[in-house]
Write a protein that binds this ligand. Structure first.
Ligand SMILES: [Zn+2]
Length: 88
């Protein structure tokens, strides 16, 4: 969204925003690629990627089906427990 806004405003008025948009785009691509490479705690394969298939919103491991926020033994991650506790 920020990238689109920067490109649109750059094309319309402020040329320097196009360069800023390109930087934001590069950051988004690098961060997205890093997230997709996160390994599943149970099968150690990429959680959100299986071959050519990518699903960043998947709620289960694309290899072994382990639900998101679960550890290798199937228990809920302490990080998720803390997140749920802190929410209003
Ligand atoms: Zn897995």
């Amino acid at each position: 969204m920020v990238v689109i806004a920067a490109f649109a405003l750059g094309a319309w008025r402020w040329r320097s925003l196009i360069a800023l948009g390109a930087v934001f785009l590069a950051i988004a691509v690098i961060a997205g690629t890093a997230l997709e490479g996160l390994a599943c705690p149970r099968c150690r394969k990429p959680f959100f990627r299986s071959g050519l298939l990518h699903n960043s919103l998947s709620s289960d491991c694309m290899h072994c089906g382990l639900p998101k926020w679960r550890l290798a033994d199937g228990s809920l991650s302490p990080a998720k427990r803390n997140l749920d506790r802190d929410l209003p």
